[in-house]
Structures are given as structure tokens and as C-alpha cells.
Design a protein around this ligand. Sequence first.
Ligand code: SF4
Length: 129
Amino acid sequence: MTLPSFEEANARAAEGSPFSNSTEGDAWMGNNCERCLNDKPARQGRPQDGCPLVLVAYSGKTPTEWIEKEGFRLGDQYTCIYFRDEDDPGCGEPTPIPDPPDQEVLFPREQFERPARMYADTKPSEVNA
Ligand code: SF4
């Protein structure tokens, strides 16, 4: 799963800030970006390697990769399709999925592939029994 570049994300982003005020922004970023693998470099002091979607939001546009949820709950207004918990080991599938070996390919499939794949956390969690 490859993040879009800032230019790609910015070109398709919707005009207008995703949040009404800094409290909304801080709450959502705290629940998502601040524990996301894609913005970990920024948290480690390398903002130039941080998530481009965050930069789009900071520039006053709403990334199309953020799907707005119904109703309003502070810190839970959007689902980011690229979110990945930094402790999540991932699904283990290669990206992009390689062509099957020893099979002919009828047509290029890149145009039909999804740019991202949402999946549930695969991070191990404790369960009370
Ligand atoms: S991928 Fe989404 S949740 Fe993760 S840092 Fe970027 S905008 Fe935030």
C-alpha cells in the first residue's frame, strides 16, 4: 500500500478544512495520525517524511482518502483509508500483488487495482476470559 504523494493527494482533495477548529483537528489527529505508521517519521523528528495527507489537511483541504462518518463524534469524524496502527504487523500480503507465476496476463490490471486497502487491526490484543 503506497501513500499518494502530496501533489496527488492535494490535487484531488476537497476545498475546505476538514475541521471546524483546532480542538476537532487535535482530537482526530490524536486518535489517528499520532498512532499511525504513516506519520511515524514526523513523530521521530523527520517531518519531511511524514504523511502527505496530514500536510494536505494542514493546507486547508480535506483529503478524499478521509471518508466522512455519519453523525458527529469528536475525534471520530473520518475514517482514513490509509490508517495503519504503528504496532500492527499488517496482513502479510505483498503490495502490489504479483502476477501468478507461469500464467499469461490478459490485460494490465493496474488500472483496476485499489490504491489502498482498509483492513482491521491485526495487532495482537489481550482478551479477558
Ligand atoms: S495515513 Fe491517514 S491516519 Fe495515517 S497519518 Fe496519514 S492521514 Fe493520518
